[in-house]
Design a protein around this ligand. Structure first.
Ligand code: NAD
Length: 365
């Protein structure tokens, strides 16, 4: 049966990097897969077309698709549009309407790029960790929130960190399932020493572990210690699960261990309904207006995001491995876009990188 992919290239370098993913999808179709793609608008380009950062019709297509692949949104052009229709609002609405509560951020250090890390090579070489961040709850959404006037010349800014049992259960189940597919280890991260939401988080994860995943090795760590450990000995971790705020920060720390933004994929998953898990795959980087339209963008983050779709939405592990191996080989041969080039290394274009990856895939198939 055909697999339906909704492609939302977005703004800036989004269309440039997505064009390379389309070539990879075509390659898989020529080699036995059956992907059907449809392309639509999100972000600033959707605002220009419809006055909204994502239209209802696009949301319906996203809900019907087997997976959504997004490029990037945003840019100076839309800096002054109303807050609720700014490009990023399109992303937030997709996450909300698809109920994508689990954000998967791998931090993998390709050996060939280990010297691009801010840490010493021996600390990051072979690094392969996966952070599962809760994406739809916690302090970014909790009520009450806002800024109130205290009437004495002072104001009070309030945000509320709040989690309910079901929110912790469902994201921890995603993390336990991923741990089973990998090294069988899970690190749960919170701050139960100073936050009641952390006490509940730890209790719920411990209960889910005991009742459903006794074979996975579960450990707990305080978020501040985790931040230190990530830059001290990052290879001690395998899968980590944490809330929205800590996940936001810790996944950015982990990401930078591996070098360039142009190399970082992500996935956001929802709850299974009728055998289907809503999913959106996107690079971590933004629309990079400084290099947009110049053919300089590194397409690997978006290509690896498609690789995550192969793994997590379509259970095509062999195909995902072939794609990752092809990228490894390309990096080993010294082909570099500007963001991952060092010193006087030659720089290739976005489409050159696509050519090189496709050539490697032909060799490996
Ligand atoms: P950015 O990620 O777009 O760019 C940061 C730096 O990294 C830039 O120098 C850029 O050239 C470089 N870079 C990013 N991706 C690259 C790639 N694939 N290849 C080579 N170099 C790359 O972040 P920013 O500059 O802070 O934001 C630019 C716009 O993107 C803003 O409008 C912001 O709101 C938006 N944004 C969108 C997303 C998203 O769509 N998910 C995420 C972050 C930022």
């Amino acid at each position: 049966m055909a697999t339906n992919l909704l492609l939302l290239p977005g703004d800036g370098i989004g269309p440039e990097v997505m064009a390379q993913v389309e070539r990879i999808i075509d390659w898989f179709n020529q080699n036995g897969a059956d992907f059907v793609t449809e392309t639509d608008l999100v972000g600033g380009c959707a605002y220009d077309a419809h006055g909204q950062a994502v239209s209802d019709a696009t949301i319906d297509k996203a809900l019907a698709a087997d997976a959504v692949l997004l490029g990037a949104v945003g840019g100076e052009k839309w800096a002054n549009v109303a807050y609720d229709v700014r490009p990023e609002a399109g992303l937030l609405r997709l996450r909300k309407d698809l109920q994508l509560f689990a954000n998967l951020r791998p931090a993998v250090c390709f050996d060939q790029l280990a010297d691009a890390s801010s840490l010493k090579r021996e600390l990051v070489e072979g690094l392969d960790i996966l952070i599962v961040r809760e994406l739809t709850g916690g302090v970014y959404f909790g009520e009450p929130r806002g800024i109130t006037d205290l009437g004495n010349g002072q104001q009070r800014g309030v945000n509320t960190q709040v989690y309910e049992t079901y929110e912790i259960e469902r994201v921890s189940r995603v993390a336990f399932e991923l741990a089973k597919l990998r090294d069988g280890r899970l690190m749960s991260v919170e701050k139960h020493n100073v936050m009641e939401s952390g006490v509940l988080w730890k209790q719920v994860v411990t209960k889910v572990h005991a009742e459903e995943y006794p074979d996975v090795k579960l450990e707990h760590m305080l978020a501040d210690n985790c931040a230190m450990q990530l830059v001290r000995t990052p290879k001690q971790f395998d899968v980590m699960v944490t809330d929205n705020l800590f996940g936001d920060i810790l996944s950015d720390i982990a990401a930078m261990l591996t070098g360039s933004l142009g190399m970082l994929p992500s996935a956001s998953l929802g709850a299974e309904v009728d055998g289907k898990i809503p999913a959106m795959y996107e690079p971590v980087h933004g629309s990079a207006p400084d290099i947009a339209g110049k053919g300089l963008a590194n397409p690997i983050a978006t290509i690896l995001s498609f690789g995550m779709a192969l793994k997590y939405s379509f259970k095509m592990q062999d195909e995902a491995k072939l794609l990752e191996d092809a990228i490894q080989n390309v990096l080993a041969s010294g082909i570099r876009t500007g963001d991952i080039a060092r010193g006087d290394e030659a720089i290739c274009s976005t489409s050159d990188m696509g050519d090189a990856i496709l050539a490697e895939m032909n060799k490996l198939k």
